[in-house]
Design a protein around this ligand. Structure first.
Ligand SMILES: Cc1cc2nc3c(=O)[nH]c(=O)nc-3n(C[C@H](O)[C@H](O)[C@H](O)COP(=O)(O)OP(=O)(O)OC[C@H]3O[C@@H](n4cnc5c(N)ncnc54)[C@H](O)[C@@H]3O)c2cc1C
Length: 380
């Protein structure tokens, strides 16, 4: 890490995945002095491995559907307007895998705010019978982003420090992170070990593998079925992804089996479309970070010990309003995006900017404090 007496920032962002990079972009644009820190480099975690499809999430009515639809529209606008060189926009066909999903898809069609279209003939002829016969929905706009390219472009001109943060120290209203100092810290560390005590917060690491392939098949539409299959901005290169494994984290004793992942991806893709003359040219793998209720996290972090010290009655089943919880001062977490980090990042980071710069409140539904309240209930 570089050392300097002048290393006083408004905000230090720890973690340079899509959440950290998009936060850095919005805060820097709003005039804050931002330092971005990552132990390995920009887009070195789950974000560097991502597809990164800007696809809508098909879900039933509720908070998640509301957030994901707004986030999807904001993401399409954000990447196509500000980073067009890293964004390929195409229609997107979502095909259901089961009859239950087909039922959800039918109601989703009637309720969605997103624009729908007819599937084009050139795509239809490529589909397998299974894909043709399943319930499906075709969105007029989907996109695929160059994950590495867009993350690097987002942080152009922003001070970056390669450093593994072990802990944070707060003194005289200032956070100290190595040699850097700032009044506010943003934690965007994905599924990696936490650097302040948060016993109530479990983030699931969901391992994923995807591939880029060369093929002579020309696909005019992004397909989502058992896996996503998509053209990319590179001619003849298609992206196929991703596997989804909640029970695996790579380790020396259990290294990842790339061949098995490749077989799974190609087999699943073949159930949707017949791709000709396929050659695998690149593999990507990493961990997504999912919250237990699938809703992303954006907000302050409860200091569990300080809250229990102040309200010991919590341990005996009494309830305390969440406004009475003690938060770590001036720390905000942005995390828990699961398989939708690139869709959610512009939505979450622009609200983070509105909170830090324009002093607007954050959406309580995204607050990590919800997990503290649930943890306390379970402890009783
Ligand atoms: C194979 C795959 C395919 C995917 N496809 C899609 C897709 O099509 N569309 C989509 O929207 N999303 C997709 N995702 C999900 C998306 O990539 C994640 O939601 C997103 O990467 C989460 O970003 P993040 O910034 O929260 O975390 P990460 O990208 O994991 O970033 C966290 C960063 O924090 C750093 N860090 C951690 N601890 C420390 C520390 N102590 N000190 C310093 N630095 C630290 C890490 O090095 C890392 O760079 C996919 C993910 C995978 C793995």
């Amino acid at each position: 890490m570089q050392t300097s007496n002048k290393s006083l920032y408004d905000v230090i962002i720890i973690g340079a995945g899509i959440n950290g990079c998009t936060s850095a972009y919005f805060l820097h644009k709003a005039g804050l002095k931002v330092a971005l820190v990552d132990k390995k480099g920009v887009a070195s975690g789950g974000s560097g491995a991502a597809g990164a499809f800007i696809s809508p999430k098909i879900s039933k009515e509720g908070i998640l559907k509301e957030i994901m639809e707004t986030a999807h529209l904001e993401a399409l606008k954000f990447y196509t307007e500000f980073f067009p060189e890293y964004t390929l926009q195409k229609p997107l066909l979502h095909i259901s895998k089961t009859s239950e999903e087909g039922g959800i898809l039918k109601s989703f069609k009637n309720e969605t705010l997103l624009n729908l279209t007819q599937l084009d003939e050139n795509t239809e002829v490529l589909l397998s019978d299974e894909a043709k016969n399943a319930e499906s929905i075709c969105f007029s706009k989907g996109a695929v982003v160059d994950a590495q390219g867009v993350c690097h472009a987002l942080v152009k001109g922003i001070d970056f420090y390669k450093h593994e943060v072990q802990s944070l120290h707060y003194e005289e209203n200032i956070w100290n992170v190595g040699n850097l100092r700032a009044s506010h810290v943003v934690l965007s560390i994905g599924a990696y070990p936490k650097i302040i005590p948060l016993p109530y917060l479990t983030l699931r690491g969901i391992w994923g593998h995807r591939i880029d392939i060369q093929t002579s098949t020309v696909l005019p539409t992004i397909l989502h079925h058992y896996v996503s299959i998509s053209p990319t901005s590179q001619e003849n290169i298609m992206a196929i992804g991703a596997t989804h494994n909640v029970h695996y984290t790579p380790s020396e004793s259990e290294p990842y089996n790339v061949e098995e992942g490749r077989r799974e991806l190609l087999e699943k893709a073949s159930r949707t479309v017949n791709l000709k003359n396929v050659k695998i040219i690149r593999d990507y793998a990493g961990l997504r970070s999912g919250s237990n209720d699938y809703i992303p996290l954006l907000g302050s972090l409860v200091d569990a010990q300080a809250t229990l010290n102040l309200h010991p009655q919590l341990q005996y089943g009494r309830s305390v309003a969440s406004s009475e919880f003690v938060n770590y001062p001036n720390v905000t977490m942005i995390n828990g995006s699961g398989g939708y980090g690139f869709v959610l990042a512009p939505y979450l980071a622009s609200r983070l900017r509105d909170y830090l710069v324009n002093k607007e409140s954050l959406d309580e539904r995204l607050s990590p404090a919800r997990f503290f309240a649930r943890w306390i209930k379970r402890k009783k």
